[in-house]
Design a binder for this molecule. Structure first.
Ligand SMILES: [Zn+2]
Length: 427
């Protein structure tokens, strides 16, 4: 495959995407920038004037003729308010935009749009002091809450709300493709189905893993994913079908944007000052060890570096196998709740920067509804066995303000656990 000479990454206030084409030549790049009134050395910060918006819409609409994926881009640009600000970075030689910078740039664009009457200002009129102050506040928040592992781990995140399709693969352009889960190659198996990197049942319609074969897709869909769905039955209400009515043993709830209780057959609501706390008894059981496997499968699906996957061969084999006994003890997972529900699934992934085998190679936080699940991948070849995520979190003094409940995932029998849900009081 020829690498594109250049690609662009756009950060709008509502979405961000990479635009790259294999055939993009330097001349194309120059004319692209010329048309939108930029030269290659320009400041990445730009204002989306009506002319600009028009040009981008025309340019990407043209591309949808050959590549339907650009419909998402066109849709996103259409929704972007005129005279808002955005950033565009151009990258050479097909380099991807450094994932670690994504969240910080999003925060910067966010800080700009907090300025009063921002749409009336020109680029050179932006109150940079005010914006920088706000951005510094955001960065403090980022360090304390979003990426508290920054010293030891590289951070990436992925969210399922994107209108733009994300396709994950560690082997782009190779002729014979390998399934990352069963290691069989494309001469023996097929890759016809779209494999959701995060389960469809968690509301993901835009993030796909291209390296999962149809057999594995079928296998995961009929086994461990059911445990994940059963475990998250309460939280799923926030991220899937809004009008969904979800019955539990003791309560009937409805979610039409706000979650309301429509039937209560027990004393399971406790009123607090700011919220009502419901204790829900799900109908379905799950097997804790399968739940952990399913969480690991989600994490394995969003990795795009082959070297990382190479270190996780044993993890992959364990996730793909049906055996429930394991040769090693498993790390506990941590659960905590927040009052504000995430309306889209978000996965935060930290990858260890150094060689310290006493630190887990990959740490993950899966955020769905009001719940966050903290876990680490087991059996990586570059980490010691018998690690303990809980003591690491305590030692690093991170997530201090969260009440984390640590759960063992060793159990191989189906269980039910009660889940709490907090409904904020309307003011
Ligand atoms: Zn496979």
């Amino acid at each position: 495959m020829n690498l594109p000479i250049f690609s662009f990454h756009f950060f709008f206030s509502e979405c961000s995407f990479t635009y790259e084409e294999e055939e993009l030549s330097l001349a194309d790049v120059c004319s692209f920038f010329e048309k939108i009134g930029l030269n290659l050395g320009s400041d990445p910060l730009q204002k989306l004037t009506s002319g600009y918006k028009q040009f981008l819409l025309e340019h990407f609409s043209e591309l949808t003729k050959h590549n339907p994926e650009f419909h998402g881009v066109v849709h996103s640009i259409k929704n972007e308010p005129e005279n808002s600000f955005f950033m565009v970075f151009h990258l050479g030689n097909g380099q991807p935009f450094p994932q670690e910078q994504f969240d910080k740039i999003d925060l910067y664009v966010d800080a700009i749009h907090r300025v009063e009457n921002i749409e009336k200002l020109e680029l050179n009129e932006l109150p940079m002091d005010e914006i920088n102050k706000l951005y510094q506040m955001y960065i403090e928040y980022y360090k304390n809450h979003l990426n508290p592992f920054e010293e030891l781990y590289a951070y990436t995140s992925i969210k399922s709300n994107s209108k733009v399709m994300t396709k994950i693969s560690s082997q782009e352009g190779t002729e014979v493709k390998l399934c990352r889960f069963c290691f069989k190659d494309s001469t023996k198996i097929t890759f016809k189905k779209k494999a959701h990197a995060i389960s469809r049942g968690l509301g993901n319609i835009s993030i796909f893993c291209l390296d999962e074969c149809d057999e594995c897709n079928e296998h995961f869909g009929t086994t461990i994913e059911n445990d994940l769905m059963a475990f998250l039955s309460v939280q799923r209400m926030s991220v899937v079908n809004k009008a969904l009515e979800v019955p539990y043993e003791n309560l009937k709830l409805k979610n039409d944007g706000n979650i309301t209780v429509i039937e209560n057959i027990s004393e399971s609501i406790v009123e607090h000052e700011d919220f009502a706390e419901l204790t829900l008894e799900p109908k379905e059981k799950f097997i804790p060890k399968n739940l952990y496997k399913a969480l690991c499968k989600v994490a394995l699906s969003i990795i795009s570096e082959q070297a990382d996957l190479d270190s996780l061969q044993d993890t992959i084999k364990w996730v793909r196998s049906t055996e429930l006994t394991s040769h090693d003890s498993l790390m506990n997972i941590g659960l905590f709740h927040e009052l504000n529900a995430e309306l889209h699934v978000k996965i935060h992934m930290w990858t260890r920067k150094g060689e310290d085998k006493n630190l887990p190679f990959k740490i993950i936080r899966l955020e769905i509804g009001q719940t966050s699940i903290l876990y680490a991948l087991p059996f990586a070849s570059n980490q010691n066995s018998g690690l303990d995520l809980e003591s690491l979190i305590n030692k690093l003094k991170i997530f201090k303000d969260k009440e984390i409940a640590w759960k063992s995932v060793e159990d191989v029998h189906p269980i039910k656990i009660k889940t709490t849900l907090r409904i904020p009081r309307k003011t």
